[in-house]
Design a protein around this ligand. Structure first.
Ligand code: DC
Length: 205
């Protein structure tokens, strides 16, 4: 369905897929090559989760209020995609296992999703020329009119190997694999904007 608020003026490339499928590397590489901006929407959900845990907040409304006090800012340069909450750079802190294991639970909260949906659309509208946006619901919900939608698949062993390489902590393969599977299950079965390919997405293994 085409709606005025999602018809962006600039070029939008949507890259969705499960954890560890290679969305970030692909999205950043395209953005660098095309000289476009880059938005990692998972980082926004991770930053909200970091804030919720820091402040011990359990409801979507409380988390949204906390974000209004300490805004989440994402630097859309694909060569330097830093993220901050208020004055704090949380780029490393949001990648720990503690956040990774809890992010899907917070990502289900409707108030938080609708707040971050507007934030994502604002960031996309502000980008000039083009932007590559990666996440779970970009092609289906955030930018249903995107010029190109890609849905990336990869089997669990490939995704586990990729995640192990990215992790700053030393964690056993079996644990990384179980954590990926459990997060994908939560992300693809949640009520609001679950992970799934858009009908017009190009599906790539
Ligand atoms: O891409 P990632 O692994 O950093 O994303 C972390 C979590 O954020 C993911 O498990 C679910 C949530 N997420 C979401 O609900 N919608 C998005 N568009 C992006 C991420």
């Amino acid at each position: 369905m085409t709606t005025a608020h999602t018809a962006f003026k600039n070029v939008v490339v949507a890259i969705d897929g499960p954890s560890g499928s290679g969305k970030s590397s692909t999205a950043k590489a395209i953005a660098i090559r095309a000289n476009w901006k880059y938005l990692d929407t998972g980082a926004l959900y991770r930053a909200a989760t970091w804030l919720a845990i820091e402040k011990n907040l359990d409801s979507g409304n409380k988390i949204v209020e906390a974000i209004k006090e300490s805004p989440i800012k994402f630097n859309c340069d694909p060569k330097n995609p830093l993220i901050s909450v208020g004055d704090i750079d949380v780029s490393d802190a949001i990648r720990t296992l503690r956040i990774t294991d809890q992010v899907s639970q917070y990502s289900q909260l409707p108030e938080l999703r609708s707040y971050l949906l507007e934030l994502q659309r604002e960031i996309i509208s502000e980008s000039t020329n083009g932007i590559v946006v990666e996440g779970r619901d970009i092609g289906t919900v955030v930018a249903p009119d995107a010029d190109l939608k890609v849905f990336l698949f990869a089997d669990l062993s490939a995704r586990t190997a990729r995640r192990e390489g990215e992790l700053k902590e030393k964690i056993k393969s079996a644990e990384v694999s179980a954590s990926l599977e459990s997060r994908d299950l939560k992300d693809s079965t949640r009520k609001i904007s679950p992970l799934r390919p858009a009908q017009d997405a190009l599906e790539l293994d």
